[in-house]
Write a new protein. Sequence first.
Lengths: 262, 120
Amino acid sequence: MRLLIVIPAYNEEESLPALLDECRAASADLPCDVDVVVVDDDSTDATAAIAEAKGVRVLKLCRNLGIGGAVQAGLRLAHREAFDFAVQIDGDGQHPPHEIARLLARTKEAEVPDLVVGSRRLELRGHQTTSARLAGQAWLRFWLRLICRLRVTDPTSGFRLYGPRALHIFQDTYPYDFPEPEALAVASAVRLRVVEEPVAMRARQGGRSSISGFKSLYYMVKVTLAVALAFVRNVRRHAMVAASAAGQQLEIRQGEHKVNNG
Amino acid sequence: MVEIEAQKYWPFAIICAVQLLILLRLLLRQRITLQGSMSYMGFLALFGIVALFPAPTARLAHAMGFEVLANFLFCAAIMLLALLHLRALVTLSRTETRTVQLTQDLAILEERLDRALRTR
């Protein structure tokens, strides 16, 4: 079994060295072959150079794509190189790499999940977010349940494990800007099996959050719209793909029937 | 009534002609593509003709309930510009999506190439 740890990073030179050391230590304890890729989102600091010096794989994006574009680049790499799973962890050190084992353990279940979301709300362990963000999360939980019939406790968590089906879907369709809740809507629309696993998170170890002040309001409005649009769009696409596959199967069966009778 | 309006609108035709010339200059310098600018050229040509021959347009405006021809022209111009903007938005969004994909593919290929060169 092969696992790719995808670390999207934009100006994370402060937190990256310690995070990569932790990844190395955590990888040794995982029951699979592990590769680490840092996706440098056109940083203006030494993020890419630090990652290269640490001996991990580095995807250097030639323009800033935002968190979604950076994550998708990593997922694309995982899909093209036939990794079985990919884990996304933030470059700011919020997601402790030793918790990857918990996400990975869920793939041993009889019904293998396509997407495992690390949730800080299930057991309330580790660093919890501000009350304003909690209110935003509550709204997104309600909205995802209303629109997508999806029950999650931590819709904004970026600590996620993607299985082969999720990699197949997301390497092609992944939201670019504030992607986490929208990606859940896509997952629900295309009937991926989404589960949550309690994890402990930390406060960011360096850098600055991209969502603050007026941008928070924009974030809420944009994500609310995006979730609804992504769900409707992908439900339709999924239905079309399913109908096309059913049509192809019917043609094959008819062809076989003709061959058998002819 | 129509004669007075015809006199009023010829400066507008000149503005359309000037814009058309600027557009042609940009086309000659290959700063814009002919394919992308056809709709804009059509818009300028239409409004230039309307400005030069306002009588039929005035009759149409009156039939549609506009008392003043200028109101009809503003309304039509806003609608057409909104359509042009929508078209530009579609093109821009498509280009943006493609650019993101190309950026990701380029990064993946570069990384593969670097690794291949290092292992040589």
